[in-house]
Write a protein that binds this ligand. Structure first.
Ligand code: GLY
Ligand code: MN
Ligand code: MN
Length: 423
């Protein structure tokens, strides 16, 4: 768990970054309708959660800064016995004041009434520019006297880039559960089952171990389906002799894990599958080994392109000169995505890749990113040796950048041919 002390520390750090005479407003998430009278499971908005640790809807967090000092104000739903009968207990304003170390707590129905008091004499309003929440429009309408608007993300994104020891522990907890799920399906007899049966096994293990949700929609893609990058139908039969690409990770206490393994349905790689798999694995391991502070993600990307292109060249998948295949981006047909992304509260963590001046942000100790090279060869691609057609492989791990290098947080999840075949 993240302690209240840590949330307080985050708010202090955030407040320091705010301009003097400013107000910053963060809103909680809202319930989203799934279909008539039913809703998607509620999931708190990540930035709001990062600074508050508060899990209810219909809430807001304000930072009001003047004369160099900042007051933090939390708006929470009023206690309401009748409504709590339907949707569960609310913390309420009295308890919230004792749990959350903020300067004041009000009920959400007071928000519009209290707002002018906080906005008075302020020059800058911070909010999330990317948010589509209609409360932002209402906020802007109510703050017409403030001409300068600034994006909250430009402040909070940098904070979220560097994970605290407690955050790293949460990611490790998520990965411990995700490991169990991937190992379980590696060990299962799979031939004749359907993709969704493996999905069910995986998500059962997530839930059984206390992971509230998956961090993203699980991909369980057998054979040629693995070549559709966002395949989520997960309904086809598992064919003897084929590979299954499984990209699945749980979210535990709001922290993501993001793991892909590609395994044989019948437990044994064919010679051709093994050739491709070991090529991708070798690239993945070599890219992970490059990770250390100061190196840039673009350098990892460039190296991945070089190594995958060389690997494809050696296997007869790409023909002609290696240099030309790289310069003319011929590899993109088979490796069309990036080498990885930041991970944390969001699986694709909402953190910047560049500084405001456009320079790329290099890796720093405390960052967490995925490394996920892949190769995808369509079953009808006549340009590729027949034995490789219809194979899609991705291998993805979650890596912590440390002071002197890296720690592969998912290193225990089997990935060598030997480990997968003998598990
Ligand atoms: N599972 C999403 C991704 O790998 O980026
Ligand atoms: Mn990923
Ligand atoms: Mn993934």
């Amino acid at each position: 768990m993240i302690s209240q002390k840590e949330y307080t520390k985050r708010r202090k750090k955030f407040a320091k970054k705010l301009e003097n005479n400013s107000v910053a407003v963060l809103y909680s998430a809202k319930y989203k309708t799934r279909s008539n009278d039913t809703e998607y499971p509620f999931r708190q908005e990540s930035n709001f959660y990062y600074l508050s640790g508060f899990r209810e809807d219909n809430a807001a967090l304000l930072f009001v800064k003047s004369k160099g000092s900042t007051k933090t104000i939390l708006f929470v739903q009023k206690k309401d016995e009748a409504l709590e009968l339907w949707s569960g207990k609310r913390v309420g304003e009295i308890q919230a004041k004792t749990i959350f170390d903020v300067d004041a707590v009000y009920t959400s129905d007071m928000f519009i009434q209290k707002l002018p008091e906080f906005l008075k004499g302020k020059n800058t309003l911070y909010f999330d520019f990317a948010s589509k929440d209609e409360r932002i429009n209402s906020l802007k309408d109510n703050a017409k006297t403030i001409a300068s608007h600034k994006d909250i993300m430009s402040l909070i994104g940098y904070m979220r880039l560097i994970k605290s020891p407690a955050e790293i522990m949460m990611i490790q907890d998520a990965l411990e559960i995700t490991k169990k799920a991937h190992h379980k399906v590696m060990q299962l007899k799979k031939t004749g089952k359907k993709e969704y049966e493996l999905q069910a096994e995986i998500e059962y293990i997530f839930k059984k171990n206390g992971a509230y949700s998956d961090a993203y929609t699980s991909i369980v893609a057998c054979a040629n389906a693995a070549n559709t990058l966002h395949y989520v139908e997960n309904a086809a039969p598992l064919l003897d002799g084929a590979l299954i690409l499984i990209d699945a990770g749980c979210e535990f206490e709001y922290y993501a894990s993001d793991i892909t393994r590609t395994i044989p349905v019948n437990g044994k790689f064919s010679q051709a599958q093994k050739e491709l798999y070991e090529m991708v694995l070798d690239v993945q391991v070599r890219i992970i080994e490059m990770i250390k502070p100061k190196i840039k993600r673009s350098e990892l990307q460039k190296k991945a392109v070089e190594l995958l292109s060389k690997g494809m060249h050696d296997l007869g998948i790409l023909k002609g000169s290696l240099k030309k295949n790289i310069n003319k981006e011929k590899y993109k047909k088979y490796y069309p995505h990036g080498i990885g992304h930041w991970m944390g509260l969001d699986v694709h963590d909402q953190c910047p890749y560049k500084y405001e001046n456009g320079d790329e942000i290099p890796l720093m100790s405390g960052m967490v990113l995925t490394i996920e090279p892949g190769i995808y060869i369509d079953k009808d691609d006549k340009k590729v040796p027949k034995k490789y057609r219809g194979i899609g492989i991705r291998i993805e791990d979650d890596i912590l950048v440390t002071k002197n290098g890296y720690e592969n947080l998912s290193r225990e999840i089997y990935k060598s041919v030997k480990e997968i075949e003998n598990c």
